[in-house]
Design a protein around this ligand. Structure first.
Ligand SMILES: [Zn+2]
Length: 374
């Protein structure tokens, strides 16, 4: 609006005051929105309407902003502990377990605890009994699942110098106990194929292995093959038909959906989560992936692998959560174009009932207790 002259008349003064107030009000409003949540709700309205569950998150920061986001998105998460002695925060179960329990409390149960155990002491006497006692105590505190990790098969060695696989007899009583308590195993066993291959900058995981050379199998030719590790994982699934096993990261069978289909056909007690592997669905032929997801619509749990450590920046994390959910929702639910690593991919536009299963129902079935009901 252009002022005809510099002298204020009464009506123009009133208009000016009103405008200043309006600008102030909108600035304050934007500020509080930015603090609570940087994204408008409408873009994720369809996502929220399913009461989505993210079956694979590592949220260790006790900040009410995450609870506010979960409430607004009607979101629940499985909040996962993991032990890896090569990484300072993940060296032991504490402080992770306490940090997750704070998040569970802070979010009024929208986050559920997935505990874990240290496998490193597997040759010590009393290992299984001690581990079972710890897990049973965690179950009593509300843990609904137990994570096992890729250090089995890719790091740990026995005293005799052999790599220890996830189906080692030392772990068997523990799996039996988890099944007896009707809890679920979340199995991050092995890694993407690219972990065993020479560096290739077009691989979705190229940066990860550049940053984490200690986890790069290609640089450790003495490690077992991926096929041997997955065979051990399959053996543990077969040996424990009453144990629900959710293979994290598409069960490390990310490169070809046929690999997953084979396991689903063989094992009724096996499902997978999509954590950090949605791009692998993008880069495979769209029709093939779409048909696979429709055929095995009861076996896929939506998941992201978002990580927030206690000292991470909350606003940055919230922006990442919103962007991840928005990208994934557009990919699974719409036929819009999604850009990934310089390529364009068309969304899958899955049928509504399939979206319901992937984003909600399957987590309720495979992770009993995730929706706050026993
Ligand atoms: Zn993870």
């Amino acid at each position: 609006m252009k002022s005809p002259n510099s002298k204020w008349t009464l009506p123009s003064l009133a208009t000016a005051v009103l405008m200043v107030l309006m600008v102030l009000a909108s600035t304050i409003c934007r500020l509080c929105e930015a603090q609570a949540d940087p994204q408008p709700a409408s873009e994720l309205a369809g996502f929220s309407s399913l009461e989505p569950i993210d079956a694979h998150v590592h949220l260790y920061k006790d900040d009410p902003a995450f609870g506010a986001l979960m409430q607004r998105l009607k979101l629940r998460i499985l909040d996962i502990c993991v032990i890896d002695d090569r990484d300072p925060y993940y060296k032991g179960l504490e402080p992770q377990r306490s940090d997750v329990l704070k998040v569970v409390h802070r979010t009024s149960g929208r986050a559920a605890l997935c505990t874990t155990f240290s496998p490193y002491e597997f040759e010590e006497t009393g290992f299984a009994q001690r581990t079972i006692r710890q897990l049973d105590a965690d179950f009593a505190k509300g843990a609904i699942a137990v994570k096992i990790y890729k250090v089995m098969g890719m790091e740990m060695k026995s005293k005799a110098g052999k790599y220890v696989m996830p189906d080692d007899p030392a772990f068997e009583p523990i799996y039996k106990d988890i099944a007896a308590h009707h809890r679920t195993v979340v199995a991050h066993i092995a890694e993407p194929d690219s972990c065993w291959q020479p560096p290739n900058s077009s691989s979705p995981d190229y940066e990860y292995y550049q940053q984490n050379p200690q986890e790069y199998a290609y640089a450790h030719p003495d490690w077992p093959s991926k096929a041997a590790i997955l065979a051990a994982r399959d053996h543990l699934v077969a040996e424990n038909p009453k144990l629900r096993v959710v293979g994290a990261h598409l069960g490390s069978m990310e490169a070809n959906v046929n690999e997953m289909a084979q396991r689903f056909d063989r094992f009724a007690n096996f499902a997978v989560d999509t954590a950090a592997r949605v791009p692998y669905f993008m880069i495979q032929p769209r029709d093939k992936v779409r048909a696979f997801l429709i055929k095995y619509q009861d076996r896929i749990l939506y998941a992201t692998d978002l990580v927030v450590l206690p000292n991470d920046d909350t606003n940055k994390a919230l922006a990442e959560w919103n962007a991840t959910y928005e990208r994934d929702w557009r990919f699974f639910a719409t036929d819009q174009t999604i850009e990934y690593k310089g390529h364009n991919y068309k969304g899958l536009a899955l049928p509504e009932p399939v979206l319901h299963k992937i984003f909600h129902d399957n987590a309720v079935h495979w992770l009993p207790g995730i929706n706050g009901k026993p």
